[in-house]
Design a protein around this ligand. Structure first.
Ligand SMILES: *Cc1c(COP(=O)(O)O)cnc(C)c1O
Length: 373
């Protein structure tokens, strides 16, 4: 059994993927070819954003979003501590300071009271609250109405880190439209993944979209050898765009299948362990199906039992960012980050992908239940 089974997915679309790749090999436009342009249109349409600008990966997408906002020295950027390193890693290079915010124990997403405390603390430090980067952890959108209200009263921008949530929704609005800028990733294991690295920035702003289209090609002006600003090389390969076009066609069915898998887990396990809670106004895309166990001991014991039974599990994330060496001494919520710390000790993610068979899923459920008794 695989934790995320990309081979099982490939069986469903192998011929069509081969045809798409052959088309790229035939036309030979490997950089910014027609598939890239077609994909950007399809992604924007899928979520209802005005612009989708693809790039090399989800980390670059965050960096370019910060650059578009001109975040820099004297600024504070607020990030959850319970997330993947990218969310915070992109901040120091701009000259701004990342401030770590705690998360909710039920949604695992940024906690508003903690955000307020942390913003006040940054202001006492003499910094301007420039941006907040909520993460839609495990595919569940953060509470964007509360975040945007707070951000707008403080003149702060919202960059949604939707690396795990493309395909999800919040109050009937799709992931991709929930921040001033939204970034996502096509890393193979994400809900919509390619066969390499890839990323995208969504925005309704024509100016930011133009700026990011320039950043990704060395700060180009009207043509390639006219460098009007400092940029970088961050384009999505044409062959990856071709693969994503095919995968996007299957994505709505896969989202439904992920929801079915999640429902079966929750029905079977809801009485024995803390299963994920999805607020009524949200639809998760189930990048991960993550349980919260009672203690680190219980988590590690269950994990060992499952492994012994041939069932792969993962711990996302074993260490909150404020405890990582890379962020040693960085500021955060003045009251501490207890929830992030507790979650890193107790979470356990189960196999989750759209092609998980009913039989395999039952094996996971049975093994988990017996490991609890
Ligand atoms: C995967 C991920 C990223 C980074 O995406 P890459 O394409 O791997 O650079 C950023 N934020 C979160 C929350 C992620 O899960």
């Amino acid at each position: 059994m695989q934790f995320i089974d990309l081979a099982a997915q490939q069986v469903h679309m192998k011929e069509a993927l081969d045809r798409r790749i052959q088309t790229v090999l035939a036309h030979g436009r490997y950089i910014m070819g027609p598939e890239v342009i077609e994909l950007e249109g399809a992604l924007a349409q899928f979520c209802g954003a005005k612009h989708a600008v693809t790039c090399a990966n989800g980390t670059d997408a965050l960096e370019m979003a910060l650059a578009a906002l001109e975040v820099g020295s004297g600024d504070a950027v607020f990030v959850p501590s319970f997330t993947f390193a990218s969310t915070a890693e992109v901040v120091p290079g701009t000259g701004a300071v990342p401030y770590f915010v705690d998360v909710s124990p039920t949604t695992f997403n940024i906690d508003i009271a903690s955000l307020e405390r942390t913003m006040a603390s940054a202001k006492r430090d003499g910094l301007r609250p420039a941006a907040v980067i909520p993460v839609d952890l495990f595919g569940l959108p953060a509470d964007y109405d509360a975040i945007s209200d707070l951000a707008s009263t403080q003149g702060m921008s919202v960059i949604a880190d939707a690396a795990q949530s493309f395909g999800a929704s919040y109050k009937e609005r799709s992931s991709g439209t929930l921040g001033d800028l939204t970034t996502s990733s096509f890393f193979p294991a994400k809900p919509l993944g390619c066969y390499g690295d890839g990323g995208v920035i969504f925005t309704d702003s024509d100016d930011w979209a133009d700026l990011i289209r320039s950043f990704r090609v060395h700060g180009k002006g009207t043509e390639k050898y006219d460098n009007v600003r400092l940029g970088r090389n961050s384009r999505l390969d044409t062959v990856q765009a071709a693969i994503l076009l095919e995968k996007l066609a299957h994505f709505p069915d896969e989202i439904d299948a992920r929801q079915r898998v999640a429902d079966i887990y929750s029905d079977a396990l809801g009485e024995s362990v803390h299963v994920p809670q999805v607020p009524n106004e949200c639809r998760s895309v189930w990048a991960q199906y993550t349980l919260r166990m009672q203690s680190r001991d219980q988590r590690d014991r269950v994990r060992d039992r499952l492994k012994y039974n041939g069932i792969p599990t993962e711990v996302y994330y074993p260490k909150p960012l404020h405890q990582q060496g890379a962020f040693h001494g960085n500021p955060g919520d003045p009251e501490g980050l207890a929830v992030s710390e507790q979650l890193s000790e107790t979470v356990l993610a189960l196999p989750m992908h759209p092609y998980l068979s009913r039989e395999d899923q039952q094996r996971v459920i049975d093994a988990l239940k017996s490991s609890l008794s």
